[in-house]
Design a protein around this ligand. Sequence first.
Ligand SMILES: Cc1cc2nc3c(=O)[nH]c(=O)nc-3n(C[C@H](O)[C@H](O)[C@H](O)COP(=O)(O)OP(=O)(O)OC[C@H]3O[C@@H](n4cnc5c(N)ncnc54)[C@H](O)[C@@H]3O)c2cc1C
Length: 444
Amino acid sequence: MDAGSWTCWKLCLAMSNCDDAMSNVDLKQSYDVVVIGAGPAGCCTATLLAREGHDVLLIEKETFPRYHVGESLIPETYWPLERLGVIDELKRSDFVKKYSVQFFNQAGNASRPFYFEETNPHESSQTWQVTRADFDLMLMNNARRNGCTVVEGCRVTDVLMEGEAARGVSVRRTGKAEQKIAARVTVDATGIDALLSRKLKIRQPDPRLRKASVYTFYRGAHRESGKDEGATLILNTEGRTGWFWYIPLANDVVSVGVVSSPEELFADGERDRAAILDRQIARCAPIRERLVDATQTGEIRACTDYSWRSTRVAGDGFVLVGDAFGFLDPVYSSGVFLALKSGEMAADAIHDALTLNDVSGEKLGAFGEELYGGMEAFRKVVYAFYTEGFSFGRFLKAYPEYREHVIDLLIGNVFRPGIMDIFDKMAEQVELPVTQTLAETGGT
Ligand SMILES: Cc1cc2nc3c(=O)[nH]c(=O)nc-3n(C[C@H](O)[C@H](O)[C@H](O)COP(=O)(O)OP(=O)(O)OC[C@H]3O[C@@H](n4cnc5c(N)ncnc54)[C@H](O)[C@@H]3O)c2cc1C
């Protein structure tokens, strides 16, 4: 949009808002960038853009701290977190240090732990198991410190479109009238709500990864000692119909969740989450043993309908980041990393676009193929994980020279050249999806 029509658009919004002026004193009529959602993706994008001197509004519907699933980080989150300037804060926190991941097969036998430092003896190979309420609050406070205007308890009800271009948002706060806010660029970071992706109907589910999950916390569960205390455990259930995560958190809390098909979890119309969890725990001996002296605490939550991607990462005046762009099965704990990484890539593209006064979809989406390529690497190992008979142990017995590649995938080093080489060998043992580019999804 040229400068003339941008001014005209802002004037129109100012007129439509004038009745509500008194109730909206906190928010201006327009910003350079409006970011919807203050999860890791939104906070990252907003912080980096504010630091470049752009006028950024970050809008969050909840009031923080708020609960969120997704506690286990992977080592490559270090780099965006370092760029955000929060590594020292993380080092001072009581988040549990994570050095490794370990897999258990359906018979309960454990793989050798994959210690991340094996391929990368750098401090980034130690990561954290975080309580998301505290971690996300830390990122939101950091966004504020870096100059973003942050508004909580404020829901974006719609993205304002002019033809195919986004021009800002409509917001609602308790006790206040609806307000329209103009933005040169609107960033959808709404997580699985995926406001824009749903509105534009550019969301593609992955039918082979149709899963559901039931999860909660326990106190007093078994903990390893030393370096292994913070290991993520991934444990298959009997018959390999599902798997558990076991994530040790601070204050003697462990996050435990089971993932399976909705048909398996909610068999016979079962809706009692405690009963579902108990039935699955009975099918997984190593989880059973770890929970013998434990007490379940807090809500038992459930979610369904995941693993999907959007066919576009950007359009004129808008960008999608984090889960709002795409969500992949959580077995490798890739979600927060991809949220931060896509936030970082998007911030750089948006900064370039604003600097050149060209907020076209082409300019804003310059990072799309790179992001998609990294997600494809994760998607292939997720497919492998769900393939009968596959295990990293078995794969590495046949190809020990690929241990470094496997650890690279587990730490999230999926954007490095040559990472895809491993899949030629893996495809000899399992059926993997054909590599796709974002352009091939047909969304432009
Ligand atoms: C069962 C399960 C287990 C998982 N385990 C892990 C794990 O161990 N490790 C890991 O890295 N990832 C995990 N994930 C994934 C992880 O939770 C997400 O990938 C990550 O939170 C994505 O970050 P985000 O910023 O894109 O979205 P979110 O963190 O979901 O943030 C989106 C924000 O937008 C806000 N919002 C939504 N709509 C609006 C609106 N209309 N207006 C204003 N605000 C809005 C929401 O309140 C929210 O705060 C798991 C996911 C699931 C489902």
